[in-house]
Design a protein around this ligand. Structure first.
Ligand code: ASP
Ligand code: MG
Length: 405
């Protein structure tokens, strides 16, 4: 007998027909004698709808009350899923995050899980029930309802799988696994049978959104192996796990294009200690996330000066530009130019650790297509370049062909 945690996302429980399909799938596993814990999201659109309602009243609603409000989304789905299982003659009990023993810190709207006391879940499982747990929510030690940040049902599932020492954790979603790249842009994209935690983290960070990043970090930390698969068919999905030596045989696991970044360049920044610190401190204080940073070698010209470029998320560009303009007199740079027409192209793979010449090959491929490289950054398992957005999709297809087809 195995203990399985199955998580179903918003589209997988998007209407009552889908919820009945989930119940049928759970019932089939149950017939094989397994113990099953089901984690569900709110039905698709429900969380967004609730946020919209609150914002109709005031632009900045209290975060405690937002948690109170948003937690109701998942509570609808757990009850409906239990009812659907009952209709199939399967014993099932729904639990809120608090009832399932999920204890978090008190940071409303993005709480962190502190610990899980799985006694009640175990007791119900041992009593022959399917246990259905509301994703995305928990409670503080003092009993306040909290939520775990958008997409947080993934985290609930991974954390429960760790706490329950589950044999298997399955993340059911509306795609049937992790792909080498976005199949909507690249027809040759392939589903990966397996991927390392670090590769998924880098790919997701590079713009491919399949799972909540925090939940993948959590899975890595507690070594929770999980499978991403579709709730719409029976095809096996992608196994996400610790990197193995055989994984290094593949140099590039995936390529991605992030269209959601913008670049700011400061020309003529005086080359003196403390300037960069001042600039990035001001951006950090504005809660602006900076991704890539490139500074030129300084050049003489009366006074030594340098040019500094960095990227931020596109929605933060206006705010970032304002912060920079306010610093102009203090820093004494000549001019700031922002550019929204960029794309960040990345190749990712743990095999880069043991293979050389990967960057050279990537740059060769891009050069051959006449794609100019604006910025470069690398980690042990990733190479990213900033290029002209207009050439982004073509460049993505070309890199995929070169490394993955
Ligand atoms: N319902 C929450 C959201 O939409 C949590 C989740 O779906 O994982 O962000
Ligand atoms: Mg979701």
């Amino acid at each position: 007998m195995a203990l399985i945690v199955q998580k179903y996302g918003g589209t997988s429980v998007g209407n009552t027909e889908r919820i009945r399909a989930v119940a049928r799938r759970v019932a089939r596993h149950r017939e094989q004698g397994d113990q099953i814990v089901v984690v569900v999201s709110a039905m698709s659109g429900v969380t967004d709808g609730l946020i919209k309602l609150a914002k109709e009243i005031t632009p900045l609603p209290s975060e405690r009350e937002m948690d109170m409000l948003l937690a109701t989304g998942e509570q609808q789905t757990i009850a409906l899923t239990a009812v659907a299982l009952h209709a199939l003659g399967v014993d099932a009990v729904s639990l809120t995050g608090a009832q399932a023993g999920i204890v978090t810190d008190g940071v409303h709207t993005k709480a962190k899980i502190q610990n899980i006391s799985p006694d009640e879940v175990h007791r119900l499982l041992d009593g022959g029930n399917v246990v259905i747990v509301a994703g995305f929510q928990g409670r503080t030690a003092e009993g306040q309802i909290t939520t775990l940040g958008r997409g947080g049902s993934d985290l609930t599932a991974i954390a429960l799988a760790a706490a329950l020492k589950a044999d298997l954790c399955q993340i059911y979603t509306d795609v049937d696994g992790i792909y080498t790249t976005d199949p909507r842009i690249v027809p040759g994209a392939r589903k990966l049978p397996e991927i390392a935690y670090d590769e998924l983290l880098e790919l997701a960070g590079a713009g491919a959104k399949v799972m909540q990043l925090r939940s993948v970090e959590f899975a890595k930390k507690f070594n929770v192996i999980f499978e991403v698969r579709s709730s719409l068919n029976e095809a096996p999905g992608t196994i996400v796990k610790e990197e193995t030596t055989s994984m290094e045989d593949v140099v590039v696991r995936g390529v991605s294009l992030d269209k959601n970044q913008a670049k700011i360049t400061l020309f003529g920044v005086p080359d003196q200690p403390g300037r960069a610190a001042r600039i990035f401190r001001a951006l950090a204080d504005g809660a602006i996330n900076v991704d890539m940073i490139v500074q030129n070698a300084s050049h003489e010209g009366g006074q030594r000066s340098t040019d500094l470029s960095f990227t931020v998320d596109k929605p933060d560009l206006l705010k970032a530009s304002r912060v920079i303009e306010e610093l102009k007199a203090e820093i004494g740079f000549k001019e700031a130019v922002s550019d929204e027409g960029i794309g960040k192209l990345s190749i990712v793979g743990v095999g880069m650790r043991s293979h050389s010449g990967v960057a050279a090959r990537m740059f060769d491929v891009l050069a051959h297509e006449g794609v100019n490289i604006g910025m470069i950054s690398t980690s042990e398992i990733k190479i990213s370049v900033v290029i002209d957005l207009a050439k982004g999709e073509h460049a993505l297809r070309t890199l995929h062909r070169a490394f993955l087809e």
